[in-house]
Unconditional design. Structure first.
Lengths: 147, 147
DNA sequence: TCTTGAGTCTGTAGTTCCTACAGGGTTTAC
DNA sequence: GTAAACCCTGTAGGAACTACAGACTCAAGA
């Protein structure tokens, strides 16, 4: 029960994970994060394992995974009761989703990069791309890449 | 006002875009999608431009962009009043975000791919990875890649 | 033409995933 | 030992959907 020198409170965890305090408590409530031990006064005490797990959750959220999907990924870590078949299908499913997302993002990257470079160093009046781009070109090109 | 042969109702748009009907109407309300023309009886009538725009929105949402960010991207398409400096900074900002997301997803892909292949063809008892993986290995490795 | 059933309309209420207080207790640094 | 900074448990709000309810529209067949 006495704290290790590596334990830290929720504010510190929040700072290093870039997840705000209320969200951390919310994740505890919905069981994405475990209930950590408490100090005598009732403060939550975290360690680096918590920090890594929370960082993983944050990044996964930014990448568009739902809490439910993240829960699934984390269950692969937490739960030893899965059968191999379940593990494989879950893993391959996430792998599939991940690959599709990469492809979509790369398409978007190409469009944005091209757009930024086309006007490189130009001023507004010198940049003829601006008209066509805003008229229809970007729309057709970028959305075309996504269809 | 009379409909083109290429016009279609919200159900069709929903089907082809994989965005459900209520969400489409919600996007109209919050001005992510324009108010389309209506049939005499009041049905919304869409065309392929709407379909492309909506598909772009859906994919961007799946990639973790907020409606506000998507609104920004779409404004590059819709609005001709931006200055070049604004366009460049907006575009580069999104490009930056996009590249970071790609990197994170590729890290996750490596972990998942490795995990799936390690047990390839194995049954539960034959697969020693299952214990270590579920004990700590996946956690440390995957979350380590994300930290 | 009339009917029937699938599709659509508006509006409101619920869900998920946070986010922001309020009112109070705890820690730490001087 | 006391102020400032921190944390606690609620509860209420916002963003982005999602799911009805009750009414209207439309296309196709008897």
């Amino acid at each position: 029960m006495n704290s290790h020198k590596s334990d830290f409170t929720i504010g510190t965890l929040s700072k290093y994970s870039s997840v705000n305090i209320e969200t951390i408590r919310y994740y505890e409530k919905v069981e994405i994060m475990p209930s950590p031990p408490r100090s005598e006064g009732g403060y939550r005490l975290y360690n680096e394992i918590h920090l890594r797990r929370l960082s993983f959750v944050r990044r996964s959220r930014e990448l568009g995974f739902s809490l439910e999907e993240i829960r699934g990924l984390l269950t692969l870590v937490d739960d030893k009761s899965y059968t191999w078949a379940q593990v494989e299908s879950l893993t391959r499913e996430h792998l599939e989703t991940t690959r599709k997302k990469i492809i979509d993002l790369q398409k978007l990257e190409v469009v944005l990069d091209d757009m930024a470079s086309k006007c490189d160093g130009g001023h507004v009046p010198d940049c003829p791309v601006i008209d066509t781009l805003f008229g229809e070109t970007l729309f057709v090109r970028s959305l075309g890449a996504f269809s």
